[in-house]
Design a protein around this ligand. Structure first.
Ligand code: MV4
Length: 498
């Protein structure tokens, strides 16, 4: 593989291109009119305009992307995440034209794309699953029989759904019929497939996912877990590796189960197997994501593996260069997603220009972003500005490092979720590791970010001490504070941020 087209935009396009460059592979960017000035377009060796901003007229144009590959001697296409990344048709189209799709075969994508087909496939491997049906349920009477067997509350899920789309909680028998009818019609209108199934509702689960890598020679390894329970409306906010609650034994068992899931669909490449973990540390298979995930950096930080590089090597037909025994967890990593949303105002998307944009720096800090100071955040795509990732020797040091990194991250002109992330990772429930997928609902209200918080009082007290000290010393010299100006400017900065 000498030339790779990256069928994506923003931070992930840039992140993929960096690995390509390290491997001596030239890169081709494709972009929409909204992304003309984006860093990923400048970074690529070649770049071609796809069309107007809406993704249906740009990043989702399969034929146009394949035509560009053929015209410019591209021999591999990397889809990133979102857009065409889980589109089996696109993967087939690429292969048909002798362009390597950097991802699994369409068979695995189709199988895992259908939650019912996925359950049926993994069942043969004895992987733990939530009690429920593994066939579509159509008849409300049959649903009632099943419901009585597994008990309430239960969850109706769309087979073509995933990532939380098309789910309905049913608390008692009297609601079942109506909820089922709604779920089916919703599934038809959203996915064009009305198949739904029933599961026991696990009320307070943690969301744990296992990263796997598989080559074309039958070798499969897992790269441990990521804990992704801190989410809001199915949008992940904080991710970490390893999880604060897995024991080595549980990690091993879940890792082996994830490898079996990969075997069940002849998986090749990097993939993620999602599990629920209940209060008693029982785990259940949920679904498999057949792509590189947004939160892959935390796994890279604790394993030292470049997942994009491994994706490319495996796509070239090479054997994995390491075994399961070679992989060790080194320290702890955290990622917070920085969205252009206002956490004080129900996370309303905020649009505007990045007037000032200064990344935090230092040991163990990684920023994956796709914007620069002065740029506008386009309204057409995901509102994620960047991912801030920290790595440290252990979880507590990692939280401290992330807190510093957030404090030193300067983003002006747009409201972001950074203050919310700072609040979340320093909350007692997070620090202690005692949290589940309801963390945000249970522990956050917008008032928690308002300036009358204890945090600000503490800062005010420090500021007053600095002031009086400086006055007594008669200026900034001969004093342990760096200069008389520092506390003032920090004060102003912090007040804006919280
Ligand atoms: C569940 C569940 C509870 N019980 N299934 C949401 C995403 C999709 N992958 C499956 N999801 C869930 N399935 C049973 N039987 C709770 C969720 C769920 C969830 C899972 C992971 C992370 C966040 C979540 C938020 C709400 C619900």
């Amino acid at each position: 593989m000498k030339k790779i087209l990256i069928a994506n935009r923003g931070e992930i396009a840039l992140r993929i291109m960096k690995t390509c460059r390290e491997m001596g592979i030239s890169t081709v960017a494709v972009y929409s009119e909204a992304d003309r000035d984006a860093p990923f377009v400048k970074y690529a060796d070649q770049a071609f305009l796809l069309g107007p901003p809406p993704s249906s007229q740009s990043y989702l144009l399969k034929d146009k992307i394949i035509d560009l590959c053929l015209k410019h001697q591209v021999d591999g296409v990397h889809p990133g995440y979102g857009f065409l990344s889980e589109n089996a048709e696109f993967a087939e189209l690429a292969e048909k034209h002798n362009i390597t799709f950097i991802g699994p075969k369409s068979h695995a994508m189709n199988l895992m794309g259908s939650k019912l087909a996925a359950k049926a496939a993994v069942k043969k491997f004895g992987i733990p699953m939530v009690p429920g049906t593994d066939e579509a349920v159509e008849d409300p009477e049959e649903a009632l029989r099943i419901a009585k067997e597994i008990g309430f509350p239960l969850l109706i899920k769309a087979s073509a759904g995933g990532g939380g789309k098309g789910m309905r909680v049913v608390n008692e028998a009297s609601e079942l019929k109506e909820q089922m009818e709604r779920a089916i019609s919703e599934a038809i209108s959203s996915f064009g497939d009305g198949a739904v199934f029933i599961e026991k509702y696990v009320t307070s689960p943690r969301h744990i996912e296992i990263q796997i890598l598989a080559d074309t020679h039958g070798n499969i390894v897992h790269l441990f877990e990521r804990e992704c329970s801190i989410q809001r409306r199915h949008q992940k906010v904080v991710e970490e590796a390893p999880s604060a609650v897995l024991t080595p034994e549980l990690r091993h068992a879940m890792g082996e189960s994830a490898k079996d899931v990969a075997k069940s669909c002849d998986y090749v490449g990097a993939g993620t197997v999602e599990f629920l973990l209940d209060e008693n540390l029982n785990y259940y298979f949920l679904e498999m994501n057949t792509r590189l995930q947004v939160e892959h950096p935390v796994t890279e930080m604790i394993t030292g593996v470049d997942l994009v590089k491994e994706q490319i090597l495996v796509a070239r037909g090479e054997k994995l260069s390491f075994t399961q025994e070679d992989l060790k967890i080194n320290g702890h990593a955290l990622e917070v997603r920085v969205y252009a949303e206002d956490p004080e105002n129900d996370f309303l998307p905020d649009i505007g220009t990045l007037k000032r944009y200064v990344r935090p720096q230092g040991t163990g800090i990684r920023v994956d972003d796709g914007f620069e100071e002065g740029m506008e955040i386009p309204i057409y795509y995901d509102p994620m500005i960047s991912k801030l990732i920290t790595h440290a020797t252990d979880r507590n040091n990692c939280i401290s490092r992330m807190t510093r990194a957030i404090d030193e991250y300067e983003i002006n002109g747009i409201k972001t979720t950074l203050p919310f992330c700072r609040y979340a990772i320093n909350h007692e429930a997070f620090v202690s590791g005692n949290f589940d997928t309801h963390f945000v609902k249970n522990h956050f209200s917008p008032e928690d970010l308002k300036p009358n918080s204890d945090e600000l009082k503490r800062k005010a007290a420090i500021f007053m001490t600095y002031l009086s000290k400086n006055r007594k010393a008669g200026g900034s010299e001969n004093n342990d504070s760096p200069s008389s100006e520092t506390p003032t400017s920090n004060w102003a900065k912090n007040r804006k941020d919280y």
